[in-house]
Every structure is written in structure tokens, then in C-alpha cells.
Ligand binder design. Sequence first.
Ligand code: 3H9
Length: 717
Amino acid sequence: MKGTVHYEVKDGVALLTVDNPPVNPLSAGVRAGFVENITKAENDPDVIGLVLTGAGRSFIAGADISEFGTKPDGPGLDEAFKKLEFCSKPVVAAINGSALGGGLETALCCNYRIAGPAAFVGLPEVNLGLLPGAGGTQRLPRLVGPAEALKIMLTGMHVSAKKALSMGIIDEVSDDLVNDSIKFIQEKAANTENHPKVRDLSEKVVEARGSDNVLIEARAMAAKTRKGQFAPGKIIQCVEAAINLDDFDDGMKTESDCFIECLVNPQREAMIHIFFGERAASKIADVPKETPVKDIKKAGIIGSGTMGGGIAMCFANAGIPVHIIDQDEDNLKRGMSVIEKNYQFMVDRGRMNQEMKDGVFGLITSSLDYQDVSDCDIVIEAVYENLELKEKIFKTLDEVVNKDAILASNTSGLNVDSIASVTNRPDKVVGTHFFSPANIMRLLEVVRGSQSSDETLATVMSVGKKLKKAAVVSLNAPGFIGNRMLFGYTAQANMLLLEGALPHQVDQALEKFGMNMGPFRMLDLVGLDLGWRARKLSGTESALPSKISDQLCEQDRFGQKNGKGFYNYTEGSRAPNPAPENEDIYKAVSAENGIERREISDEEIIDRCILALVNEGADIIEEGVGQRAVDLDVVYINGYGFPIWRGGPMHHANAMGMKEVLNKLNKYHELTKNDTFKPANLIKKLAEEDGKFGDAPAKEDRKEKLSFEKSSVAGNL
Ligand code: 3H9
């Protein structure tokens, strides 16, 4: 059985240490260790109390997530927790690190809780499509009141030891945790007769009875921040039971029923797929685990625009000093003032205090002189997309920046090898494609040049982790992973418009499917004129999907920026209003191109847009541009607003079944004659084998990279 609990007696106190590296989840061996060692402590006449702590950096990171969906060994969590809660001797939880999910629930079964200064607690089950199913929904509201408990459970937030103390989740904070906990329990055992149990506290839940305000607010919060998710409603139902049911055990019964409903819901599997997927994506198959990682003590950014400023904030937020260079003094001033305003906004919203703002903003410096980034360990170029300009900047950086430093480009589509070739350190050049706004969006596409060294890649992946990004590696091929998939998706949305759908119909269908924002709202947000101008400059005829956009631009409809695009906008509002005056344009462009408009169902809209992602994704995996299917899911969820509860496009295809995917691709290929739907070889193979993405073998030799120009999509993007 995985994991264990060590037992030793110190000065009449049994010290139980959970040991299940790296983060001590409650695997079968830990649950068995609880039952065995609590019994041992109860039976030992020399023991007067117990201290429960964790080995290493974590107290307990929750239930063992890998056990969900399997039949676990050993005693269940309910048996282990009963033993703990009804232990005949007092127990204090000595929370040394993260106490999350079942970890905090363990601590809530103890009589007392003391935490180390760097510890944190939380009930993040909602992020896995679950609810706290080991008493968390019943005990936390009793300790902190239903409103605070709901906030913690619906956000999945981490609560620092200091905050937990002020909320009453823990009793003390200590720098000498285990020794202080031993003294604490000795004192309690000697002087207190009845040791408190959270289950017996009823004041805060009874107080909330008779008014639905707390639950109404929670429902509104869930609707806004957890659209389409199943677990939040169940969490609220459990808290409602905690408020209204007199008997604690009746509330526990509601929790247990709701937990099972979440467990069997497909959203749980999809969200756990992403939890493990994000961790898998951070590992590069052919870069050995033991590859040394450079310590990044200072970062440099070239360009103080939206991207440069956002990236600088990421470093500062991670506590890494960062220096921004711009060639223009006014730009630099503007850029720094935008950063300052972003932080001030967070202070105004109560997300950070003035002291924290001064701390992080103080880590960001700026100047016009490249020499000022010469001592950086990594420099990220974030200027506009122009290969010549980027090459010029990299030449300068190569001359001035310390020769061991990594030079990275934030390009969203240019050839990283070309950029690397102008330097004398192509092994230290890599792409770091952040998504806008960089300080908020979690995705980081790491673009592997043909000469990027293992150390460079390992270092950049570890920087990604420090910046709290979901880092995914892509080979250096057109569009990398995300934009290459997006191309077919957006093209299909435009084709549907040409064939008879209207923008709001396409957007609504895809938003109902769960996409954060429909494609036409997105295009209006980005600005239609960017592509239009680029197409005009290139002098070539626009491809069919761009023709409506071009016509809108010809009529000065550029999107949100001038209040009219696919939709109309009133001043100061981002809310899209239908634009019936555009319908004549759609009809005219369809007619000019010989397309007969027809009624299009929501099902066809969803199928065509989502299958375009899936089919391109299959090629990306087969070509080795992305490492594995789940990497693509991580990209789409963190960078493109795909609903996490569907587990990403590739997981969604797995859930549909590969035969169904193939049938639909064939159907739409026949209907549209568009190669977007020509089934990828990998899909045909998997359909034949009744297989799934993820079952496909990873490429053995990932060093044999695809050339940028030879890719199947070169020229299409
Ligand atoms: C729950 O508790 C349900 C109960 O209410 C009711 C039950 C009836 N289990 O993230 P890291 C692995 S649900 C199994 O890179 P960090 C992780 O996959 C649970 N494995 O470290 C990785 O493996 P690998 C509620 C787990 O320091 C390794 O540990 N709890 C678990 O950056 C290191 O992870 C949560 O949702 C687990 N519970 O962050 C907390 N947790 O090395 C989930 C981690 O092979 N965990 N692993 O890739 C976390 O949030 C972070 O891991 C933590 C550490 C903050 C703890």
C-alpha cells in the first residue's frame, strides 16, 4: 500500500508523521497508518496526547487523486477519520505545509490545529470537479460560518496560516511547530477535560438559518465564475444541509450522496485529467529529469508594451527582479504607468495591500540602455511581430548580455531557429509565448528551437512553474500548438457565417458548449483590421473564410475598438448587440462566392468548430509538434477559453469515442469538401483499434524535429 505513518513517542506524546512523498496524499498506506497508530497511542498508557504532522514540504495534500475511479485498498477515509475524531486522547494537527482538501479535513477532525508560518490550507476539490467529501462541507461552516466556508470551497483558494488564524481555522501559528505542538498538547491533556470537536460547534450554522442570502450569493458567484460546472451546486447543497439540519450526521449523509454524484459525473474525470495533464506537460520526454536548472536571479524584458509589461509583472509577482528596456522614452513611461495602474487596480479591489504593491512594483526597473540587462539570467524579447526587428534585437542581446544567459522570444508565430541563428548561442535561445494579458493568462507555450539545449528547456520549464504558468512545450513549427489549432476553428466559424449562420448564433452555440467567448466576440475584441491590413499588404487574394471580415473592414467596422464589427457596441460597454445591418453584407459575400445560404443547426456549429480543433490536434501529435494529447488540452483550456470541465478538445474527442469522431469528420468532409475534415491518420488508426488519444505512443526520438518550412501548415497561418 502506498504511503505510511511513522510513530514515535516524545515526552509522553505520540508523534504521528505522514510520509508519502512528495506531498503526502491520503493513499491506502496512510489511511491504514492512521487506524493502526491511533489505536497504538490509545492503548499506550504512557501516551497522554497525539501530534499529527507531515514529512517534507506538505502536511497532507488531500485524498490520493489517482485513486478516484479505482477500487482502493485498505481502510476507507471515513474509518480513518472516525478513529481520529473519536480518539480517546486529545490530538493536535501540526500543519507544516499544504493542508488541502482531505488534508484540511484531517486537521478539522483533530481537536486543535497549529500551523507553521509558511503553511496554507484550503478545500480545492472544486477544481477537480469534486466537493470536500470527508466532512469539509459540514465542519468548515461550523468553524468559520457558511459565507466564508462557501467562498473557500467555491474558489478553491489557498488560505495562508496568518489568514487562517484570523478566521479561526487554526488556533496558533508557531515557528517551532513540532516542539510547540508537543508542549501544547501536554498542557491541554493536563488541564482540559473536554477537548473540542468541530462537529459539536453549531452557533455559526444556526445563526445562518432562516435567511437564504448566503446561499443566493453563493449561487450567483458560482454562476459567474464556474459556468457549466456541476460540483459548485452540490457544494452549496451540502452547506445548505449544514445550516438547516440539526444532526451533524444527517449533514454528512447529504455530503456523502453529493460527493458520489460528483464522482460519477464525467466532469470529475475531465478535470482530474487536466490536473495530472498540467503536471505531465511540464516534463519534456527526452530531457532527463536530472538536467541542471539555471538559477534565475534577474530577468530582462525588451519592449514595454502590453505583452512586455504583463510578462514583467509575472516575474515581479514571483519575487524575481526584472528590468524592462524600451527604445522610446515615452513608450517606457507609458508602459511603467500601465503596470503601476494594474497593481493599483488590485489594491483597490482588495486583492493586495499597499505594502505588497510597493514590494512587487519595486522589483520592476526600466531604462533605455541594453547594458542594463547585461547581468540578467534570462532576457525575453516582447516587441511586435517582425522577424527583422527581432533578429536585430537578438544580435544586440547576444553582444551585451552575459554569455550564459538564456535569450527568449515572445513570438506568437515566427521561426525561433531564424532568430537563434543570428546569435552565437543558439543552444540558449528558445521561444516563450505568453498569452495576453500575460499577468493573468496561465498558458505559456515554450517553443523548442532545433538547437535549444536540455538545460535551456529545463530552466524555462522551471521558470514557468515559478511564474505559476501552465507551461507546454511545442516544436518550432508554424502556429506552434495553439494558434495552429485556432486557425481551423476560426475558419470554420467564418465558413458557417458564409453558409447561412449569424455571428450571435455561432457564438451562442459555442458559449453554450462552454467556450468562454464565441469566435466572433473574440474577433471583435482582437480587432478585425489587423488581419485585413496584413492581407492587403501581402497583395494576395483573401482566402474564403476571411472575405466577410474584409468587407466589414471596408465599411469601417473594425470591432470593439470603434464600436462596430460583427456586433455593435455602445460607448464604454463591451456587451455585444446584434448588427442586423451586416446581414446584407453576409448575403452578398455568400452570393459572390456561389454559396447558397441555408439554415444551420447548433449541433453542426459545435461539431464543425470543435472537430476542426481535434483533427488538427491529431496531426500535431503525430508530427511530434506537441508531446502528447493532454498537452493540447492544457493549451486550449489555459489559453483559449475551452471549458475545463470538458477536459480539453482531445479529451472531449475521447469522450465522444473515436469511431463517432471519424464518422462525423467523414460526414463534414463530404458536406463541405473542406480538407479541415479529412480525417487525420491518427484518428483513423485509433478508430480502427477502438483506441483513444493518450494511448498513442509518444515519439521515441523527439530530437528529430520538424522543419519550420516543411510543416503541413506552413503558409496557411
Ligand atoms: C480530496 O481531498 C477529496 C476529499 O475531500 C474527499 C475524499 C473522500 N493525490 O503539484 P506538484 C502529485 S481531493 C495524488 O507538482 P507542488 C502530483 O501529481 C484532493 N497525487 O507539487 C505530482 O506528481 P508528479 C484535494 C498528488 O509542490 C506531485 O504530487 N487536494 C496529489 O507544486 C507533486 O505535485 C488537492 O486538490 C494528490 N492529492 O504543489 C491538492 N497532489 O511528480 C492537489 C499532488 O508525478 N495538489 N500530487 O508529477 C496540489 O494542489 C499541489 O500538488 C500542492 C503541491 C499545492 C499540494
